[in-house]
Design a protein around this ligand. Structure first.
Ligand code: PAP
Length: 341
């Protein structure tokens, strides 16, 4: 089966009037954004506080507002949710491979030539961003999407639908380190006048909740609580668990999505093939993900989504004081939750 990235498959042909209507709608978002409180940013622009979370203004926050107002979920949709740098790229690859495993051969698989971000579009940045406004209604079911929007800000249409949701979370210390690396990639590319964000600055911003889509802890807690209320609908996963026990969690994920592996598939080694295809080692070494000319929807090269892919790299970056401080916040915020890092 020929693969075309979903964001290209849902490009509508619009009349001039329709485009002007879109522009008017997005102008209302920009007007609202210009009134919101701002704080220092991580990448090239400030972060804006909206509904209790921090967003990169204009392009991204416009996208969030458009998703909230216009996205219509279907019961067959699958939605991957996470705060940035928690393992979205990996999960996109896994979910895409699980759902499409009967359509593609492992030797000619779309993931060998397309970054996972192109296989599973992010609602607010791939589909509803002003510069690339698309119509996901044009996509056939089952549609696979991801979003970084917090649980409390998800569009009503998603809340009200019975679509499946997967949340992936990761140790906040690794999220912080990964975020700083990515934010500096964007700064270096789009804001050369600004010095790179130091570790001390990144640490301070992260701890006070001023990270993209942050605060980190509230984002995780929102989905954790929702997963307890609707366990059949929301699967809450940890990056670290997937790393240490990939087969167990791959089965769990497939089962949750309604695509369980058969005994025959287990015997044929389909699970191992999926894990190998989606592994950091494999994906990060593919031409599409290495080539500096291949640029993602957020403007940086795909290789920026593959740094180390390790659990615990924070040990190589954070000072003892930083570790103690973040651990204390995490303990306080996640007190009473039966998960830990
Ligand atoms: P996003 O939220 O901007 O989409 P996301 O994919 O969540 O980014 O985060 C990138 C992190 O996932 C990187 O972590 P690091 O900085 O600590 O290295 C990246 O290396 C890691 N990552 C990407 N692909 C994989 C993979 N296939 N397996 C494990 N980790 C991965």
């Amino acid at each position: 089966m020929e693969f075309t990235p979903p964001s290209k498959r849902c490009l509508p042909t619009k009349s001039k009037e329709e485009e002007e209507d879109d522009e008017r709608v997005y102008q209302t978002y920009r007007n609202l954004i210009s009134t919101l409180p701002t704080e220092n940013g991580w990448s090239s622009s400030n972060l804006v506080l909206y509904q209790g979370s921090r967003y990169v203004p204009n392009n991204f926050l416009q996208g969030v507002m458009a998703v909230q107002q216009h996205f219509k979920a279907r019961p067959t949709d699958i939605l991957l949710t996470a705060i940035p740098k928690s393992g979205t790229t990996w999960m996109k690859a896994l979910i895409f491979s699980i759902v499409n495993r009967t359509h593609y051969d492992f030797t000619t698989h779309p993931l060998l030539t397309h970054n996972p971000q192109d296989c599973v579009p992010t609602l607010e940045t791939n589909l509803y961003r002003k510069t690339s406004i698309t119509n996901p209604d044009l996509l056939p079911s089952p549609r696979l999407f991801s979003t970084h929007i917090s649980c409390s800000s998800l569009p009503k249409s998603i809340i009200d639908s019975s679509c499946q949701i997967v949340y992936i979370c990761r140790n906040p210390k690794d999220v912080l380190v990964s975020n700083r690396y990515f934010g500096n990639k964007i700064r270096a590319k789009f804001n050369k006048d600004q010095p790179l964000l130091s570790l001390a600055e990144a640490f301070q911003l992260f701890c006070k909740g001023a990270s993209p889509f942050g605060p980190y802890w509230e984002h995780v807690l929102g989905f954790w609580k929702a997963s307890l209320e609707q366990p059949e609908r929301i699967l809450f996963l940890k990056y670290e668990d997937l790393r240490s026990n990939p087969l167990v969690y791959l089965r769990k994920l497939a089962q949750h999505l309604g695509y369980p592996f058969s005994l025959e598939e287990e015997k044929q080694g389909v699970l191992e093939k999926i894990l190998n295809l989606c592994s950091f080692q494999n994906l990060s070494n593919l031409e599409v993900n290495k080539n500096p000319d291949k640029v993602s929807h957020v403007g940086v090269e795909y290789s920026a989504f593959f740094r180390k892919g390790q659990v615990g790299d924070w040990k190589n970056h954070l000072t003892a004081d930083m570790i103690e401080h973040i651990d204390r916040i995490t303990e306080q915020k996640f007190h009473g939750c039966d998960f830990s890092f």
